[in-house]
Design a protein around this ligand. Structure first.
Ligand code: ARG
Length: 462
C-alpha cells in the first residue's frame, strides 16, 4: 500500500481522503520546485537540533546524509513524487523515513509545515530577486551599448505619440536604463525586507524546545530571525513585494516592447530587428514580425494577474496560516518564469537590433519638431515674451503648412512677413542637430549630457 500523508500525521484518522479531496489538497505538482530550499531548511534545522542537544549527533548525521541523497535523487530526476503525500515537505520526509528509519521522525521536532513552507518559499523568492537583478543588469548593459553607438543620433521625441522635439537615440535608450535601474532597486529593497527567517515559529506560537533561531537564520543566509511567530507563518508580503516589483518591471518591458513594435513597422523603420528575433508570415512573404516584442508586451498580463490573484488570496485571511496560502506558489512561479523569459528576450533583441540612423533623422526633421527652438530664439534674440514668441511661431508653422514645407525651408521673407525682426541667423537653430546640441540642461538630450550619463552608468554597472 502506498503511503499517504494521512499515515504521516493521521493518528486519529480512520480512513484516507476522498480522491477529490486529495486533488484539491495536493500541492506537490508545483511545490516540488521548492525541493532544494526545503532540504536546505531541513539541514539547517537538523544541525541546530543537534547543537542544542535536542537530537543526538548520530541522528542528525543520519538525517543530513539522507537529505543529501534525496537532493541528488531529485536533481537526477530519480525521485518519485507522490500526490498522496500531498506536498514537498511530506514527500521528502517520507523518503527520509524509507532511507534512514526512525531518526527521520525526529527532524520535525520543534517545527511545523507552516514555518517550513514559509522558509522554503522565502528562500526561493530571494533567489528570484537575485536572478531578476542579474538579468536587469544585462539588459542595462545592452541598452548602454545602443546608447553609446548612437549617443548623438537624432530622432524624434514624442508626446502623445506626436512628434514633439528632436532628441538623441542615446537619450532615449538611457530613459530605459533609468527605469530598469529603479526596478533593480525595488527588487533589492524587497530582498532586504524579506531576508528574515521564519524557521522556528513552528505552527504559530513558537516552541517549548530550546531551539536557536539565530543559528538557523545565519545558516540559511538570513539577516535575523523574524520577531513574531504569528506573523512569521501568516506573512506573504515577501511574495507580494516580489510580484509588485515584477509587475512594474514588466510594465516597463511592455512599454519598450510597444515602441519596438512601432519602430520596426514599415511605416516607421526606425529599427531593424535581427533575424534571430523576428518571424516571417506563412502567407505574406514581405512580412517580418516582431513576435518577441509582442510577447514581452503581453507577459505583463500574467505577471500583473499573479499580483492581483495573490492579493486577493491574502485579503481577509485571519491570522495565522490558512490553507488558502498554498495558492501563493503557482502564481509566483509563473510570474517569475515569465519575467525572466521576457528580460532575456528583451536583452537579446536590444543587443541585436540596428537603429536606422537616416530614417531617425528624417523623421526628426519633419513635423515642425524645431518649433520650440524657433520660439526660444525669438525670446532670446528679440526679447519677446514667451507667449508672444509661441504665437509668432504658430503663425510661421501655419505658413509652412500652407506651403507644404518645413520651418527651415521657409525663406527669410516668409519669416519677416510674420515678424519683421527675424534675422537670417534664425536658421542656425532650425536644424535638428543644432536643436539637440542646445538642450544642455542637466538631464537634457544634448550629446554631451548623454555621454556624461553613459559614463556614469558604465561606472555604476562595473
Ligand atoms: N503545502 C502547504 C502550503 O503550501 C504546506 C503547509 C501546510 N500546512 C498545514 N498546516 N497544512 O501551504
Amino acid at each position: 500500500m502506498t503511503k499517504t500523508s494521512n499515515q504521516m500525521w493521521g493518528g486519529r484518522f480512520a480512513s484516507g481522503p476522498d480522491a477529490i479531496m486529495e486533488a484539491i489538497n495536493a500541492s506537490i505538482g508545483f511545490d516540488k520546485r521548492l525541493a532544494a530550499q526545503d532540504i536546505a531548511g531541513s539541514r539547517a534545522h537538523a544541525a541546530m537540533l543537534a547543537a542544542q542537544g535536542i537530537v543526538t549527533d548520530k541522528d542528525a548525521e543520519a538525517i543530513r546524509e539522507g537529505l543529501l541523497t534525496i537532493l541528488s535523487e531529485i536533481e537526477g530526476g530519480k525521485f518519485e513524487f507522490s500526490t498522496a503525500l500531498e506536498d514537498i515537505h511530506m514527500n521528502v520526509e517520507a523518503r527520509l523515513k524509507d532511507m534512514i528509519g526512525a531518526p527521520a521522525g525526529r527532524l520535525h521536532t520543534a517545527r511545523s509545515r507552516n514555518d517550513q513552507v514559509a522558509v522554503d518559499f522565502r528562500l526561493w523568492v530571494r533567489d528570484q530577486c537575485d536572478a531578476a537583478d542579474q538579468a536587469l543588469a544585462a539588459l542595462m548593459q545592452a541598452l548602454l551599448g545602443q546608447a553609446e553607438a548612437g549617443a548623438d543620433w537624432v530622432m524624434p521625441g514624442f508626446t502623445h505619440l506626436q512628434t514633439a522635439q528632436p532628441v538623441t537615440w542615446g537619450h532615449h535608450m538611457l530613459a530605459y536604463v533609468e527605469m530598469f535601474a529603479r526596478d533593480r532597486s525595488r527588487f533589492a529593497d524587497a530582498r532586504r525586507r524579506m531576508n528574515e527567517s521564519p524557521l522556528g515559529a513552528a505552527a504559530l506560537a513558537g516552541t517549548s524546545f530550546p531551539i536557536d533561531r539565530h543559528a538557523t537564520a545565519e545558516a540559511l543566509g538570513f539577516d535575523r530571525p523574524t520577531a513574531n511567530s504569528l506573523d512569521s507563518v501568516s506573512d506573504r508580503d515577501f511574495a507580494l513585494e516580489f510580484l509588485a516589483a515584477s509587475s512594474i518591471c514588466a510594465m516597463h518591458l511592455s512599454r519598450f516592447a510597444e515602441e519596438l513594435v512601432i519602430w520596426s513597422s514599415a511605416q516607421f523603420r526606425f529599427v531593424a530587428m535581427s533575424d534571430r528575433w523576428s518571424t516571417g508570415s506563412s502567407i505574406m512573404p514581405q512580412k517580418r514580425n516582431p513576435d518577441a516584442a509582442e510577447l514581452i508586451r503581453a507577459k505583463i498580463g500574467r505577471i500583473f494577474g499573479a499580483n492581483v490573484a495573490l492579493m486577493t488570496v491574502m485579503k481577509g485571511l485571519p491570522l495565522t496560516y490558512s490553507k488558502d496560502m498554498q495558492e501563493d506558489k503557482e502564481q509566483v512561479f509563473d510570474a517569475a518564469d515569465s519575467l525572466m523569459l521576457a528580460l532575456a528576450a528583451m536583452t537579446g533583441m536590444v543587443s541585436d537590433m540596428t537603429a536606422n540612423r537616416p530614417n531617425l533623422k528624417a523623421a526628426a526633421s519633419s513635423g515642425f519638431s524645431t518649433a520650440t527652438d524657433l520660439a526660444d530664439w525669438l525670446v532670446r534674440e528679440l526679447n519677446l515674451p514667451f507667449r508672444d514668441a509661441h504665437h509668432v511661431t504658430g503663425s510661421l508653422v501655419a505658413v509652412a503648412e500652407g506651403k507644404g514645407c518645413d520651418l527651415q525651408d521657409l525663406t527669410l521673407e516668409d519669416m519677416q512677413a510674420v515678424h519683421a525682426g527675424i534675422r537670417a541667423d534664425v536658421f542656425d537653430v532650425l536644424g535638428v542637430e543644432n536643436s539637440v546640441a542646445s538642450r544642455m540642461s542637466y538631464g537634457g538630450t544634448a550629446p554631451v549630457r548623454v555621454r556624461e550619463q553613459i559614463a556614469r552608468w558604465k561606472e555604476a554597472l562595473k
